[in-house]
Design a protein. Structure first.
Length: 236
């Protein structure tokens, strides 16, 4: 099923076009990585998927009128109450979603997100890895169909990165779709089913890694990325 469809979407800020003729779709039960250099338009695209930012031109189709209840998003800010414990954050957020969770369910979430040891710790005292895990657990409390994560592994050490990558895969195994942005090529290669490569507001590629590599006659992902971006810059 198609969850999201961007049709010729454009967006400008202060007269400068930052998203240009953007066309892509998000289907159910897939992991999509959104990649591209700083300022290419990834966050703006994510904000448009979420309906926080409206396009100037084009259309964004969503699979449900109840879309807001069926999507979970973790943007770059810390989406929890720092003065509350981990467990109380989960309880508090579950009441926002009108789905107060049982103690058993909370215990299960704490276990699944490796937060049991710190359940009584204030969110402000968590390590970055623990904060990310808490953020993602909150993002998925209401069992959304689509989970959007903006640079979920930024700043994490390799084991923290691996935990978040495993979480992304687990979300897929639960039938959800995940759209995440990243600057880490290895992570994208290891985690994503499909890759969207953006440069200066345009979509350069959309597809599976092997297909894209074959199309450009290169063997490695890094080589592909730099070749694409370089070509685009030469073209102006
Ligand atoms: N609200 C805004 N007002 C003005 N310019 C904006 C606004 N939001 C984004 N931009 C500009 O739009 C362009 C795209 O920004 P965006 O944050 O989408 O890029 P990005 O790919 O997410 O970058 P990064 O990898 O650094 O997070 C940038 O040049 C940015 O300065």
């Amino acid at each position: 099923m198609k969850l999201i469809e961007f049709i010729n979407v454009e967006k400008s800020f202060k007269g400068r076009k930052v998203i240009n003729e953007l066309n892509f779709s998000i289907y159910s039960n897939e992991i999509i990585a959104l990649i591209g250099s700083n300022g290419c338009g990834k966050t703006t695209t994510i904000r448009m998927v979420l309906g926080i930012t409206e396009p100037d031109k084009g259309m964004i189709k969503r699979w449900s009128k109840d879309f807001n209840k069926k999507v979970g998003a973790q943007l770059q800010t810390t989406p929890f109450f720092e003065g509350f414990s981990v467990e109380n954050n989960l309880k508090l957020f579950s009441t926002f979603y009108q789905s107060r969770l049982t103690n058993e369910k909370i215990a299960e979430i704490l276990k699944n997100y490796s937060l049991l040891d710190v359940k009584n710790t204030l969110a402000s005292k968590l390590s970055l890895g623990q904060q990310k895990r808490l953020a993602i657990s909150i993002t998925t409390l209401h069992n959304p169909d689509l989970v959007i994560l903006d640079e979920p592994t930024a700043g994490l050490d390799p084991s923290g990165q691996r935990e978040v990558q495993n979480m992304i895969r687990r979300l897929k195994s639960q039938g959800k779709s995940v759209l995440f942005s990243s600057h880490d090529m290895l992570e994208v290669r290891n985690t994503a089913d499909r890759i969207l490569i953006m440069d200066r507001g345009k979509l350069l590629e959309d597809g599976g890694l092997e297909t894209i590599l074959k199309k450009h006659g290169v063997s490695g992902f890094e080589e592909l990325y730099y070749q694409l971006i370089k070509k685009e810059n030469q073209n102006g």
